[in-house]
Design a protein around this ligand. Structure first.
Ligand code: GLU
Length: 460
């Protein structure tokens, strides 16, 4: 059975790249009817933090990427690594090294000055030390493997030197712990970022001496900035949780992430989760870097916002609006209905809709359309106000009312009627159409706002 894992280190903010790796693993497992496991790689005690771990878990939950079984914590598996380390030491594949940092640095500098790629000289290899860091006796050979995305890859291990695999028996390092865990957890495919490609030969050679069957490997393309640079630290530093805070929908993020390096047949852009599961295939993952496109993300978010059913959208908007608005549920729903089409993010909503709940002060001059005299604007607004007054509340919702206003606008000039009306109702230069606002605010509030505008004009 297919078993994949997502194995983040809680040593920094959960990034977009992390989320993409998680999604590709999850989709692969779903598509194959296999399992998706979550392993927290927290052996680095100094750099691992609970808050980052929480971020990982919350982000996966938010995206709906559920994992199988309980979370595997490397920090709870030290006995297992110790057993494997013991075996390597006993069999002579590993040894203790107590070279000082100064010595190692001097060695490095000497190699660099001779134009050589730095690697450990192997000084402690045959000294039978009983303490220090644990190094792996790297055999010199050509390692080759078939990457499911990138094809055949060859690597000369003699370039690596004797790498450190643990700081002590209780402190395994990444390349070693990963080998043990992927094996013990029965991982069949390792799907991870391209930045790990250089670790793969190290892991393969460790598997070889430990007599472990290697999983298959698939390295996902890097995520690039629009100018095709490696995703800059500004992007990487933006924690994935900030997309949620900025008002992006999980479904838009999923759709955006899946297209970062993969595309379905016919290059469709909008994909439901079901479609992604049905169609996801590592064979369609590209080798070239995947460009991060903010415009596309915003477009996708607007698309999913537009297509969300009103009550669901209301639920999602809750954290973004004030509790006062939530109490006026009927008004809120009407406003959502109107603003939905224009919404780019959940966060936008409060700003766009503020005026429905409370009109902000605005200057009388805003009511003036082009060069129309203020007197004319006043009489136009008065006409509209009288017209509204003459109608029963229900009539304001009917298409006839709309038609009559437009007839009036034809007679007096569109700008001359509709502009001041819009400003009177919204206090803003741009807003939904004035008739939609009247329908939403109702007769009393609309008249109140028009009267306020008339007062402003009179006093100006
Ligand atoms: N802990 C590693 C990371 O966060 C994962 C490496 C792997 O998937 O093998 O980059």
């Amino acid at each position: 059975m297919v078993k994949v894992r997502f194995a983040p280190s809680p040593t920094g903010p959960f990034s977009l790249g992390n989320a993409r790796t998680a999604l590709f693993n999850w989709l692969f497992a779903r598509h194959e009817g296999g399992q998706f496991l979550l392993r927290i790689e927290d052996t680095d005690k100094e750099r691992s933090q609970k808050k980052f771990e929480k971020e990982i878990i919350n982000s996966l939950i938010w995206l709906g990427l559920n994992w199988h079984g309980s979370i595997v914590y490397q920090s709870q598996r030290l006995e297992i690594y110790k057993r494997y380390l013991g075996k390597l030491l006993k069999e002579g594949w590993a040894y203790y090294c107590n070279c000082s940092l100064e010595m190692l640095e001097a060695e490095r500098q000497a190699q660099l000055s001779q134009g050589l790629a730095p690697k450990y000289s192997g000084r402690c290899r045959n000294l039978n030390n009983t303490s220090g860091v644990i190094r792996f006796k790297m055999p010199a050979k050509i390692i080759s493997f078939h990457d499911l995305i990138r094809g055949n890859i060859k690597f000369d291990t003699s370039l690596l030197g004797d790498i450190v695999i643990a700081k002590s028996l209780e402190e395994p390092l990444y390349n070693f712990a990963v080998v043990v865990d992927d094996w013990e957890m029965g991982i069949t495919q390792v799907i991870r970022g391209e930045d790990h490609i250089s670790n793969t030969p190290k892991q393969l050679i460790l598997q070889e001496v430990l007599n472990i069957k290697p999983p298959k490997y698939a390295h996902l393309p890097l995520i690039l900035t629009p100018d095709r640079k490696k995703l800059s630290s500004r992007f990487l530093q933006k924690s994935f949780g900030d997309y949620k805070k900025d008002g992006y929908l999980a479904e838009a993020m999923l759709n955006f992430l899946v297209l970062l390096g993969w595309h379905p047949v016919q290059d469709r852009e909008i994909l439901s989760l079901e479609e992604m599961i049905a169609e996801f295939d590592l064979g369609r993952v590209q080798k070239a870097g995947a460009v991060f496109n903010q415009t596309k993300l915003d477009w996708l978010n607007a698309y999913y916002l537009r297509h969300l059913e009103i009550n669901k959208l209301l639920e999602r908007l809750k954290p973004f609006v004030s509790s006062r608005w939530l109490k006026k549920k009927n008004l809120l729903k009407k406003v959502i209905e109107i603003e939905k089409e224009r919404l780019k993010s959940l966060k936008d909503f409060a700003q766009l809709s503020q005026f429905f709940f409370k009109i902000k002060d605005y200057p009388a001059s805003l009511l003036i359309w082009e060069n129309t005299p203020s007197q004319k604007i006043r009489s136009n607004l008065e006409t509209v106000a009288n017209f509204i007054k003459s109608k029963a509340r229900g009539e304001l919702l009917k298409p006839e009312f709309e038609k009559e206003i437009f007839l009036l606008a034809q007679k007096e000039g569109r700008g001359e009627i509709l502009w001041p009306l819009r400003v009177a109702l919204s206090g803003k230069k741009s807003s939904p159409g004035p008739l939609e606002i009247i329908k939403t605010l109702g007769k009393t509030e609309s008249l109140k706002r028009i009267n306020l505008a008339l007062k402003k004009l009179k006093n100006s």
